[in-house]
Design a protein around this ligand. Structure first.
Ligand code: AMP
Length: 415
């Protein structure tokens, strides 16, 4: 199957040719004709499946075939994080090179003025995070009345980050008659409820089994005591000479501590989390991509949307409290058909989190011990005899530095 069978315009095909894309991915095969036909779409697709092109290519095509008219925001893409917004914007620019389409990106945590300037130069496609978009609309700096297509990218993560109220406010400013494309890596009741309010007679597309972890990724579990985790990671990276390793932790503090610890072992690591300035995050990502540093340590939210091709290694320094985050994390490797290795370090106190992941993914893991890093049985006994474990919600809130009241308020969380 080739792109030319999907009804794409010769100019779009020519860009794909330049990029060396020969075969559509499953999500592209399924979604492109539906989007071109103007249908609403609800798609279950993870990052790394080629989902950005699946919606960007047909929307670019619509721009090409439109009678020449004034610039106006015809496509609005909402993303949960600034990194994903940047990545989606970059994809629109890449896929529409030479085709006269203006794509603008707007996200918080960065000066609004350059974004306003870019919007004033004319915008066909706006990629934005909900908070900054609302700011722009409240200040009456943009008009969303001309939006023909709304794309909700990583809807599950938007809900997880407490963006529901912002999304509802944005929806009120959009024309009721529009095309809506809804993408989510995972589905739960909340995601379905949101999709119901947004979509009209949607075409359902699922490219892999719901909630299935990315294929082509070997998942390995090492049982290890918490205080030996950093040493184990340093050993693996050093002894195997791994070059590009993405490591997830649950908290910003753990990101900083681990990056520092690895540095002491002579492994250059960059830390990326919500408290870092946008400039520092961009620099860190660039250093990682260009191989100046071997390791990028990040929280779940900060890592969302990082487009790093052929990333081979992902390490979970700690298991996430939310099992669905595990799927997102390991989706960072094995991208675009490449093989990947996802290693999770599990202390005795984290075993119940592994059980949650097994339930969600349908996998059965066989934890291993790594020679020299075997768990200390005394520590295991301590864990077993420790008092009743706190709820995951409490633990998660604690990890995020929130009080119980904040968790319930549904405010956006910074991780
Ligand atoms: P995405 O899931 O949109 O983040 O895309 C994952 C990666 O796959 C990106 O680096 C894209 O540039 C790349 N990609 C998307 N579609 C194709 C394709 N049909 N052939 C080769 N690479 C692709």
């Amino acid at each position: 199957m080739s792109f030319s069978t999907l009804g794409l315009h010769a100019d779009v095909l020519s860009v794909l040719d330049t990029l060396g894309y020969q075969t559509p991915t499953p999500i592209q095969l399924a979604a492109i004709p539906e989007v071109l036909a103007g249908h609403d779409v609800m798609a279950g697709a993870q990052t790394g499946t080629g989902k950005t092109a699946a919606f960007a290519l047909p929307l670019i095509q619509r721009h090409l075939t439109r009678e020449a008219s004034e610039k106006a925001i015809r496509v609005l893409v909402l993303t949960p994080t600034r990194e994903l917004a940047q990545q989606v914007h970059k994809s629109f620019v890449k896929y529409s090179q030479g085709l006269g389409l203006n794509a603008v990106v707007a996200y918080g945590g960065a000066s609004i003025n350059p974004q306003i300037d870019a919007l004033n130069e004319g915008c066909d496609v706006l990629v934005a995070t909900p908070g900054r978009l609302l700011e722009l609309t409240m200040k009456q700096l943009i008009d969303l009345n001309s939006v023909e297509t709304l794309v909700l990218d990583e809807a599950d993560r938007m809900l997880d980050m407490g963006f529901i109220i912002d999304i509802e406010r944005i929806l009120k400013r959009l024309p009721e008659t529009r095309q809506t494309l809804f993408f989510s890596a995972t589905f739960n009741d909340e995601v379905f409820a949101l999709s119901k309010t947004l979509l009209r007679d949607p075409k359902l597309i699922e490219v892999s089994e719901r909630n299935a972890a990315a294929t082509q990724v070997e998942q390995r579990i090492y049982e290890v005591d918490n205080k030996r985790k950093a040493a184990l990671i340093a050993y693996l990276i050093g002894s195997k000479n791994w070059k590009q390793v993405l490591i997830f932790t649950r908290t910003k503090q753990a990101v900083d501590d681990l990056a520092k610890e690895l540095g002491k072992d002579g492994i250059k690591a960059v830390a990326v989390h919500g408290d870092k300035s946008q400039g520092a995050r961009d620099r860190g990502l660039e250093e990682f991509k260009t191989g100046q540093v071997r390791v990028l340590v990040a929280t779940d939210v900060a890592a969302r949307g990082l487009d790093i091709e052929q990333l081979q290694y992902v390490i979970n320094y700690e298991l996430p409290y939310n099992a669905e985050d595990y799927i997102h994390r390991i989706g960072r490797t094995g991208r675009a058909g490449q093989d990947g290795l996802a290693i999770s370090l599990v202390s005795s106190k984290e075993k119940y989190l592994l059980t949650d992941i097994e339930k969600l993914t349908g996998e059965t893991f066989v934890p291993q011990w790594l020679e020299g890093f075997e768990p200390n049985p005394m520590v295991q006994e301590e864990a077993a005899s420790s008092k009743r474990k706190p709820s995951k919600k409490t633990l998660r809130a604690k990890a995020l530095g929130q009080s119980g009241a904040q968790v319930k308020s549904g405010k956006p969380r910074r991780r």
